[in-house]
Ligand binder design. Sequence first.
Ligand SMILES: C[S@@+](CC[C@H](N)C(=O)[O-])C[C@H]1O[C@@H](n2cnc3c(N)ncnc32)[C@H](O)[C@@H]1O
Length: 270
Amino acid sequence: MEPQPEAQAQRDLMYGQFDLGSLSIFSGSFINFGYWGELDPDREITVEDRVESHAELYRQVAMSLEPEPGDRLLELGCGLGVGAALVATEYDVLVSGLDRSATQLRRAAAINADAIKALGGALSFVQGSVTDIPWGDVSVDGVFAVEMLQHVDDLAAVAREVHRVLRPGGRFAAATFFAPDGADAAAVADLLETVASGADVVRPVGEFAADLAAAGFTDVAVESIGEHVWRQLDRWISQTEFRVSWARNWLRCYENGLMDYYLVTARRPE
Ligand SMILES: C[S@@+](CC[C@H](N)C(=O)[O-])C[C@H]1O[C@@H](n2cnc3c(N)ncnc32)[C@H](O)[C@@H]1O
């Protein structure tokens, strides 16, 4: 796929000057839609519920790597780094967070200053792109990504890079939104501003699974987790100043079968 310079400039603005993570749609320095548990429909969702949804999405992704204490993990698109810190702490592993935004990484260093100190070398942040990962071959036990692959124009390059840095037997897990295979991509752009602008790219999930297989991965699995994401996310949005905005169309896209949220996992063969 051709590079998309304008889309890339928008993403850099989104995570630089615009500071997407500061919007009330997100909380706790996380920037993802969340994996939600059951919530009483008769009470308002609290900020604590919202933060827990972000954290639980990280746990769902991390658990699918089946991490062992001491494993070296790489996070693609770590954003403000609080998810990397959570994984390092809760799973007793070493996590390096990679992000292309120097501004995000400066924020991550400040937000996680105490965790970086407490965890010693088990938590670190590095600037770079997921299509050209600044890591050596066969250097990590697992790679994960939480709501970042929608910003990548060349997912086949990501699949090749992740395969290169993983040790044989190492696992990859990623959660974000894709289109169900065969869905109408043009209709999504009509409903979502960030898709129309090119900042988010909603690809058929089967295409990414095929990229992983072509890069040499086995056990490629695609699981829809949308029932844990979209409805509660929309309830949360309805409590914020974005209650009357295009952001309500995320749920519409899901309900119309145009988009879903997926957990995609794969393993580099031994
Ligand atoms: C939606 S945020 C998710 C942050 C974090 N994973 C979370 O869930 O809180 C996406 C992040 O991916 C980063 N990103 C986008 N494109 C990237 C690329 N090509 N290489 C590395 N990071 C990238 C952005 O700078 C941003 O911090």
